[in-house]
Design a protein around this ligand. Structure first.
Ligand code: SF4
Length: 352
């Protein structure tokens, strides 16, 4: 994610550190932010601060200096670095539905004197279970589910705008893969100011609607897996080579763009925390709807989710390129050559 592309975040980063995070709760992944907002807290996605930092390697080094192993996922180390560097004092850690690394990260943060709030998604995407989970969380944060439902209604406009931007990407061909990534991934905390997010995204959409469409013959790519450490470069590189990412799987999930009747439903149809089966159903639907030629599957080094690629290769009947990133925040020549070869192959044999 390019810092200059996120004016709201840049403004936040420029404020004095201790002031920035007053009444804030750092979050390690997507959580029911409506409940946090109803409780009077400002969710702050620590991943977005990490990847937008002018020097993310420095944050990883802070974690490694404090003892995090080299073979630990870069996002976990980056989140730890953000907690230390930005004086975060409270973190909500997802202990079920994200990854086991977060469980130990939570222990270390607690040991360092931070307040941690564990949050566990239910084992299954069951609406009744989710209702109980959200009610319990609301009580812990001194609010009610009814108040959180009111916040859900307030956030509906933002989520509809994110959906409109997504349509402008795959259907109208007017929005780049990076813009799509940026606005959808930012919905995890709406850049810490949902009213500002709504204003800025409305302006982006108004402008995009007037643009010329990308050429019809561009190769249409899907990006599946966790957001990459390559940020804008990956999207720009594919576009310069005659291809476009028109589907960002996890980012779209974070934005929760599907209309729902309740928070329990919203967080039950969210596929990321549950069995890979739900992700596959969602991805298959979108691949077909968006007329995709090929898939880029990004895996983070040392992440258990990468193993799911074994299943993806069997169930998706489209060419797939698997890229593994670690703590290199740019596309090196080896990765560039692999992407070029993949796009070249798709140009000769489009999946459509
Ligand atoms: S990339 Fe994988 S290992 Fe790293 S935080 Fe995310 S789920 Fe965990």
């Amino acid at each position: 994610m390019e810092q200059a592309a996120i004016p709201a975040l840049r403004a936040v980063l420029q404020q004095p550190r201790r002031v920035i995070l007053m009444n804030k709760i750092g979050i390690t992944t997507n959580v029911p932010i409506e409940v946090l907002l109803a409780g009077g807290y400002q969710p702050v996605d620590l991943n977005n601060i990490f990847i937008s930092d002018p020097d993310p390697e420095r944050l990883i080094k802070i974690a490694e200096k404090d003892g995090f192993p080299i073979n630990c996922c870069g996002w976990i180390k980056g989140i730890y670095g953000v907690c230390m560097e930005y004086d975060i004092d409270t973190v909500m850690c997802v202990t079920n539905g994200d990854c086991s690394n977060t469980v130990m990260l939570m222990e270390v943060l607690k040991h360092r004197g931070l307040k941690t709030i564990p949050f566990a998604y239910p084992e299954q995407p069951d609406i009744n279970e989710m209702q109980k989970t959200l009610t319990k969380l609301a009580a812990e944060l001194g609010t009610t589910l009814e108040a959180a439902e009111n916040i859900r209604k307030q956030l509906e406009t933002c989520r509809k705008l994110a959906d409109r931007l997504d349509t402008l990407t795959w259907k109208d061909n007017k929005v780049s893969g990076f813009e799509n990534h940026l606005w959808l991934v930012s919905a995890s905390d709406f850049n810490r100011d949902y009213e500002e997010y709504e204003k800025q995204l409305s302006a982006v959409i108004e402008n995009a609607e007037k643009r010329k469409s990308y050429p019809e013959n561009s190769i249409r790519l899907a990006y599946i897996g966790v957001p990459s450490v390559y940020g804008k470069e990956l999207y720009r590189f594919t576009e310069n080579d005659g291809a476009r990412v028109i589907y960002n799987e996890v980012q779209r999930q974070f934005a929760m763009t599907q209309p729902v009747a309740s928070l329990a439903e919203q967080y039950s149809i969210y596929t990321y925390p549950y069995s890979i089966t739900y992700r596959i159903e969602d991805i298959k639907r979108e691949l077909e709807k968006r007329n995709i030629d090929g898939i880029i599957h990004y895996v983070q080094a040392f992440c258990y989710r990468g193993i799911g690629g074994i299943i993806f290769k069997d169930v998706f009947k489209l060419p797939m390129l698997t890229l593994e990133g670690n703590d290199n925040f740019y596309l090196d020549q080896h990765v560039r050559t692999r992407i070029e070869a993949f796009i070249d192959m798709l140009k000769r044999n489009p999946g459509r």
